[in-house]
Ligand binder design. Structure first.
Ligand code: SF4
Length: 75
């Protein structure tokens, strides 16, 4: 699971915006992505079952992470 969903900086973070774009999720917050996090690490999972290739991008570590368990639901 991407740790960004519990990060207070989600709405302003450029890395999170990039991950949303990779998931083809449009976001009303794109214009606010002005924060550059420190040392974020992204895990990429590739699933090629059922004849389809699917990619999953998850931030698994980030020095800039700020805990807010309500961030995603508040969007
Ligand atoms: S955990 Fe890091 S990469 Fe994810 S939203 Fe927060 S600051 Fe951005």
């Amino acid at each position: 699971m991407c740790i960004c969903v519990n990060c207070d900086l989600l709405t302003v973070c450029s890395v999170y915006q990039t991950i949303e774009n990779l998931h083809c999720v449009s976001s009303a917050n794109a214009k606010n992505s002005i924060f550059e996090p420190r040392k974020s690490q992204i895990a990429i999972n590739i699933n090629s079952s059922s004849g389809n290739i699917k990619h999953e991008w998850d931030v698994i570590f980030c020095d800039s992470f700020v805990l807010n368990i309500n961030t995603y639901s508040e969007q």
